[in-house]
Design a protein around this ligand. Structure first.
Ligand code: ATP
Length: 433
């Protein structure tokens, strides 16, 4: 005999609980809607039975009049179930992108800020949510990553996000909530078909189900398979990347020549590189432009930028760089002892003077390079810093980030905090602390 939906849902939570190391707290993301109210109710049963610690977290976005009613409902439910609840107020910046996306971003940031590292957060998304996400992403032209929709388990900024009910239909959750008499709050915006997701839920999926009653389950299954294929592909590409990366964390252009590797593979490799560095991947057009340039002239001065990052070529290697502002003015005083945090980077080695001229100049002045500096190098005489940088292995775009160090009116040293490259005048020495 088939199990009632609530028994099936509870069993999935028992299984998910078994994956969590003993002693770690289980958190439930409680919006106050049907799904997460049911999740908390069944999680409380499982945790009570197994002696595990359970807590709930509600994020108040303050976006709609009903926000306080949601919070009040969460408080009442947690009180009834004797589950400690944290309510976090966030402010949603909807100036960029839609309000839904901004609320989501603020919510996840609140989860990460509030939940201790390595704890697990359960979210109540189900099969129909998964089918909707799959369709929304397909309609945006997503590749395998997007079509994988929501993974069942994801490690995100130190915490584990788990969706134990992705295999269960909305109908099963509704039946279980009614059978258990779980109270919940209805979100009035869920009916508003001006939102893409609501339009899919209320207009498109019912139409699909008329012809294909299993549409929700099948679309969610496609998402599962796409997600699995994507994870597998990522693992292969990471290994590929590891084999190619130089000690400077660059890719040799020779290995990227299209005769060596076909374009789809190169595109995937470059995207995985961005993912590894925690940077946004280039949009398709930018990526194609980069590959065209690489294809045309191997050693060309290629530069392709997109929001948050850029790739550049120099001396036969491809560099992936985070978008950073160059701060080219200001100065700080320094005793010469590391570490020194500056607006331009942290100096991790100390600058000492061998001949104790420092008695006359107790403080050094640290300032970004302006151009025209000359350093009196030991054994080489006076040299333009510009020439020294040209001779160095420092890529041209990094030279603007070089700092100069002054004792009075004399430039006694220069350094590039990000790479650790340093130059010193005669009588001065950098010492690694
Ligand atoms: N304000 C919130 N505070 C805490 N968790 C939330 C909040 N909003 C959403 N979540 C979590 O994210 C999941 C998915 O969010 P989504 O917006 O799809 O759900 P919902 O319709 O608001 O609520 P429910 O899933 O409880 O019916 C929820 O099931 C819940 O676990």
């Amino acid at each position: 005999m088939a199990l009632p939906p609530e028994a099936c849902l509870e069993r999935l939570l028992t299984d998910a609980l078994a994956e969590i190391p003993p002693g770690r707290v289980v958190w439930v993301a409680l919006s106050g809607g049907l799904d997460s109210s049911l999740l908390l109710t069944l999680a409380q049963r499982c945790c009570l039975a197994s002696g595990r610690k359970l807590r709930a977290l509600h994020v108040n976005h303050g976006l709609q009049g009903a926000a306080s009613a949601f919070e009040a409902h969460c408080r009442a439910l947690c009180e009834r179930l004797v589950v400690p609840l944290s309510c976090i107020e966030v402010s949603v910046d909807a100036t960029q992108g839609g309000v839904e996306a901004a609320a989501r971003q603020a919510r996840y940031a609140a989860f990460v800020a509030h939940i201790p590292a390595q704890d697990t957060l359960w979210l109540a998304q189900h099969q129909d949510d998964q089918a909707e996400t799959f369709l929304l992403n397909a309609l945006r032209g997503s590749g395998p990553r997007g079509l994988g929709a929501m993974p069942r388990v994801r490690h995100h900024a130190g915490i584990w996000l788990v969706r134990p009910w992705l295999s269960q239909s909305r109908q099963a959750l509704e039946e279980a909530a009614r059978a258990l008499k779980v109270p919940w709050c209805d979100d009035p915006t869920n009916a508003d078909i001006a939102f893409d997701r609501n339009r899919l839920r209320h207009r498109v999926l019912p139409l699909l189900r008329e012809r294909w009653p299993q549409a929700g389950a099948q679309l969610a299954e496609s998402a599962r398979q796409a997600g699995e294929a994507d994870a597998l592909l990522s693992a292969y590409l990471m290994a590929d990347l590891d084999a190619l990366l130089t000690p400077r964390n660059t890719l040799p252009l020779a290995a990227l020549a299209l005769s060596e590797r076909e374009r789809p593979r190169l595109r995937a490799l470059l995207r995985v590189w961005c993912q590894r560095q925690g940077l946004p991947a280039p949009p398709r057009r930018r990526l194609e432009s980069l590959l065209d340039q690489l294809d045309a002239r191997l050693d060309a001065q290629v530069q392709v930028a997109w929001e948050g990052a850029e790739m550049r070529c120099w001396r036969g290697e491809l560099y992936l760089l985070q978008e950073r502002e160059v701060v080219s003015d200001g100065q700080v005083e320094w005793s010469g002892r590391a570490p020194l945090a500056t607006p331009w980077g942290t100096l991790t080695s100390s600058l000492v003077n061998d001949e104790a001229v420092r008695a006359e100049a107790p403080f050094l002045r640290v300032t970004p390079r302006q151009g025209g500096e000359v350093i009196d190098l030991a054994g080489r005489g006076r040299r333009d810093l510009k020439r020294l940088l040209q001779e160095s292995a420092l890529p041209p775009w990094e030279r603007a980030r070089v700092l100069t160090l002054w004792a009075g009116a004399t430039c006694v040293a220069a350094c590039h905090p990000q790479s650790g490259a340093t130059w010193c005048a005669s009588g001065w020495r950098w010492v690694v602390s």
